[in-house]
Design a protein around this ligand. Structure first.
Ligand code: TYD
Length: 211
């Protein structure tokens, strides 16, 4: 059986997270996975942080502003958003037995606000103390920050970028990610075509979760 077909046997509750620097292509991968599972009638909850809720709106205002606020203030806002997301979306989805396909979570908190000067390990600890559920698998879609910046530039067509979309900053974010990824994490080379990256994701899910 092909890897893609095998995924119709996937059963929740299962929590799959995609992480990566801006421009890594993780959102495309999350969309592809949720779309594939949905087409096979596997119950899926496609989630993302920052959310579209009140705290998410506050965060987006911050991201499109001129300057980043104090990193601890950023941690505070993302955690308020995450508390709401976990209570309203993550826990109910796991309760229903869905497969959660999530785009960013507290690993983003540690990697990005860590690049603002806070110890990433400390941010991980604060999030874990909140009791947020741990993902079963984390796919870190890894690309060179220079390639990421080229992708962001062509996507924006010369328009404005968000406060974190700077090459040096994204290099620091990438280093932080690599320092916090643990046993449930898989590093996937994100430099190839989306279909090629997706094949690596699907193959790992099959090996990890389908007998
Ligand atoms: P992103 O996934 O790019 O959202 P969208 O595609 O909707 O714009 O996330 C926006 C930014 O938020 C991104 O630069 C990473 C940042 N971020 C943090 O700094 N900390 C966090 O805890 C999260 C969840 C995101």
């Amino acid at each position: 059986m092909k890897d893609d077909e095998a995924l119709k046997k996937l059963r929740g509750p299962l929590f799959i997270l995609f992480e990566g620097i801006d421009g890594s292509g993780k959102t495309t991968q999350a969309d592809m996975l949720a779309g594939l599972l949905d087409s096979m009638s596997v119950p899926v909850a496609r989630l993302a942080e920052p959310t579209r809720g009140v705290w998410g709106a506050e965060i987006r205002k911050m991201l499109s502003g001129n300057a980043a606020p104090d990193p601890w203030e950023q941690v505070r806002l993302f955690i308020l958003d995450r508390r709401e997301d976990v209570a309203m979306n993550v826990i109910p989805a796991l309760g229903r037995g869905d497969v959660i396909v999530m785009d960013r979570y507290y690993y983003s908190n540690a990697a990005y606000q860590g690049a603002g000067g806070i110890d990433p390990g400390e941010i991980m600890e604060i999030n874990r103390k909140e009791g947020f559920p741990e993902p079963d698998r984390i796919y870190f879609i890894d690309i060179d920050p220079v390639l990421a910046m080229n992708r962001i530039a062509s996507r924006n067509n010369g328009g404005t970028t968000e406060i974190f979309e700077k090459g040096d900053f994204l290099s620091a974010v990438r280093k932080n990610y690599l320092s916090i990824l643990g046993k449930n994490s898989v590093v996937i080379d994100g430099s190839g075509a989306p279909e090629k990256v997706f094949a690596s994701v699907v193959s790992d899910i099959r090996n990890a979760f389908i007998q």
